[in-house]
Design a protein around this ligand. Sequence first.
Ligand SMILES: [Zn+2]
Length: 477
Amino acid sequence: MLWTTSLCLLWASFVLGAPVRKERQKLLLVSFDGFRWDYDRDVDTPNLDQMAKDGVKAQYVTPPYLTITSPAHFTLLTGRYIENHGVIHNMWFNTTTSVKKPYYPTQFVNEWWDNGSLPIWITAQRQGLKAGSVHFPGTASSYQGQVVMNREVEPQLYNYKNETAWQENTDMVMGWFRDQDLDFVSLYFGEPDGVGHRFGPDSPERRDMVKQVDRTVGYIRQSAHRHGLTDRLNIILTADHGMSTVFRNGMVEEIILKKIPGFLFSDLSFHLVDYGPSGMLLPKPGKLEKVYQTLKGAHPHLHVYKKEEMPEHLHFANNDRILPIVLWADPGYVISGYFPVQFNQGEHGYDNLEMDMKPFFRAVGPAFHKNLEVGPFETVNIYPMMCHILGIQPEVNDGHLDATKHMLVTSVTSKGGNINFLKNAFTGLAAVAGFLAVVFIATISLKIIKRKRKNESFRSESFEDVQEKEETKQTSF
Ligand SMILES: [Zn+2]
């Protein structure tokens, strides 16, 4: 009897204590640079459409300001606004020496990236997971002495358009998931940003590139299937920013700082302009007010702000790397220094409230609802959702799971695997009910036996036989 009860207790505590664990889900974060939220509206995109049916589509997402590549990608990886993660520009610069490095060399300036915020790869690795990254901005750097375990940094002068290379990279990543059991990989494609800049977002070249992206989305999903990953792999597609047409051919009055009456470059210690529609200025000591007053209101499409007066929604002020005066132009315009040197048909870097700056968002996999279209959310919220899916503890970040959890089907523990809470609760209740039933029957049986023993005292020698019989019954109950 006692033995039976102990066994039941052990069984009940085992069932109650052990969560119903499934295999940990995997996650692939894909960025198609500069894929604006509405690029699927004027192009036939069967694979993106199928993905929306099989998963979740957001109307659009809002990127962080400054809406340029490295800062916005680092927000995806950290869940922090740009002023908080510190990768405030594509270009590393030194205001003392006036040295500036373009996008590609800046990928290798470790201290530019490793300045306090940890990308999700490192956090995942610290918590026992395996991570990888292909060409994603930030991949080349180390963070507090650690690099992403599996990584491919793009070579210099890389051909971003090569569709065969896109497929090879996709298969390599799927191989990592299957053969090396990686949990998280970020995968970057440099288009349709390139054609958007060169030919403009309304060009046939951009539409052709969106078709290539769509074929690649189909290829990514096929490759996941071929590698036997469909049931375990979640795929998120998004981008860093959108694209806007630049007004050309003398249609508008261009913004050229040199031409603004009273403005002198000699009043500046350092400047970062000729970079699309944004700029930053460091006036010489005592010149800040003069420079500010000269530029403020000088052009109807030029916004001029002192760093400390920046609009709140941009979250682009609270960092020592941001210079004292911040400039940006309205869509259609770029900011030139001495004379026009920018000839792109399309640009980004505008206010993140502009619809042209909004990227797309799609997600598919076991963590996501099917055939669900959701409203917009900020891309800082993608990070906590990714941590949630992976079952890792996020770092301090500016996102909230509340902004995205309606897209998810399951709850995830803070560490290790998914738990279906309803199923677990039901199993627990069933175990308690079973245990109580066993106790009840055992008690009743014991009473019956005691009564028998009283009434049939003359057959006392057979009591143990009866008890054994009852216990056998209980055990098999
Ligand atoms: Zn970009």
